[in-house]
Write a protein that binds this ligand. Structure first.
Ligand code: TLP
Length: 344
């Protein structure tokens, strides 16, 4: 049985061009900054997102952690969305390892946080309060339908943050999806941020790795902290080589995933018992619900799985499908037929 795996874009496997580049990569010891392939990837990434410097890290979680630890000291406060990946899915690592205090604000359905809420959450100088240090945005916003944040919004947050002397970090795990969906340069989306993490190992299909970007001083702090959390890799050029292919060959094709996501969403909307707003789907992430009087999401997920379609249960009545490099439009049609069969 051919499996159609829609659980995440993290399931993507390296392309033949990546495997070739990995096999042939020139390598050295990256802790000594002597891996030419890592150095090339970092230069390429920095240039691409319009920041002075960049650092290869093991994962998106490590990139967000290292960024928070680089901006904040113990007891400092971050302001972030209550649906953000950093708050929801990263084990509270910044608190556990850095004593950083998270202040969550409600994410709107489109992944934004209202500007007035951010401003109201910034602490005045008072001995009772922690020091507000960092605002974190997520683009695209995973738990908010994969919605891309527009440059007008991120620019407004950037201005607000600067006015109050805070820093802005963007968890841009899927920022290339945002750039492609909005038809803007990724550097424009990154411009308001003091730091940005993006992932090579999601829609861009590299096997491992994320990149943290920012100014030279920030990246040299991040490099020290990466080492302290065990992220100083040695001949990491093997990984970086795939990352270079990801950045040069895999960005523009993300548009296909967006088209396929829309087709899946529109098809799911036609199936009785499934609830979805196809207009909310503009990148590669599709959330949908199962109606109350039907089976629960884990049961539906199991039945779909038995017929070769894998999706992720995200709540008792909610599931997620993420379009990716290995899923074609024909697979989407095949998956929709399986959905119809199971829902009947
Ligand atoms: N997200 C994963 C799961 O952890 C939920 C997924 O399948 O979507 N930021 C965002 C916005 C993410 O979606 C993810 C991964 C990360 C950071 C963390 O990246 P990794 O998995 O490389 O640590």
């Amino acid at each position: 049985m051919d499996i159609i795996d829609l659980r995440s874009d993290t399931i993507t496997r390296p392309t033949p061009a990546m495997r070739k580049a990995m096999a042939e990569a020139e390598v050295g010891d990256d802790v000594f900054k002597e891996d030419p392939t890592v150095n090339r990837l970092e230069e390429m990434a920095a240039q691409r997102v319009g920041k002075p410097a960049a650092l290869l890290v093991g994962s998106g979680t490590m990139g967000n952690l290292v960024s928070q630890l680089s901006h904040c000291g113990r007891g400092d406060e971050t302001i972030l969305g209550d649906q953000s990946h950093v708050f929801f899915y990263e084990q509270g690592g910044a608190s556990a390892l850095g004593g950083i205090h998270p202040r969550t604000l409600a994410n709107e359905l489109d992944g934004t946080i209202a500007l007035e809420k951010i401003e109201a959450a910034i602490r005045p100088d008072d001995v009772h309060f922690p020091i507000s240090r960092l605002v974190i945005l997520e683009n695209t916003h995973n738990r908010c339908s994969g919605t891309p944040l527009k440059p007008t919004y991120t620019t407004a947050v950037g201005r607000l943050v600067k006015r109050h002397g805070l820093k802005l970090h963007i968890d841009g795990a899927r920022i290339f999806n945002a750039a492609v969906a909005l038809g803007v340069d990724v550097a424009e989306l990154a411009a308001p941020a003091d730091s940005l993490t993006f992932c090579l190992s999601k829609g861009l299909a590299a096997p491992v790795g994320s990149v943290v970007c920012g100014d030279e001083a920030f990246i040299s702090r991040a490099r020290r902290i990466r080492k302290s959390v065990g992220g100083g890799m040695r001949q990491a050029g093997i990984i970086a080589a795939a990352g270079i292919v990801a950045l040069t060959e895999m960005v523009n094709r993300l548009a296909e995933d967006h088209v396929n996501a829309k087709a899946l969403a529109s098809g799911l909307a036609e199936i009785q018992g499934l609830l979805i707003d196809p207009d909310a789907v503009v990148t590669n992430i599709v959330y949908f619900r199962v109606a109350k009087n039907r089976m629960d999401a884990p049961t539906l997920v199991r039945q779909l799985g038995d017929l070769g379609v894998r999706v992720l249960p995200t709540a008792k009545d909610q599931m997620r499908a993420v379009l990716n490099y290995h899923v074609t439009l024909a697979d989407v049609q095949r998956a929709l037929a399986v959905f119809s069969r199971v829902m009947k």
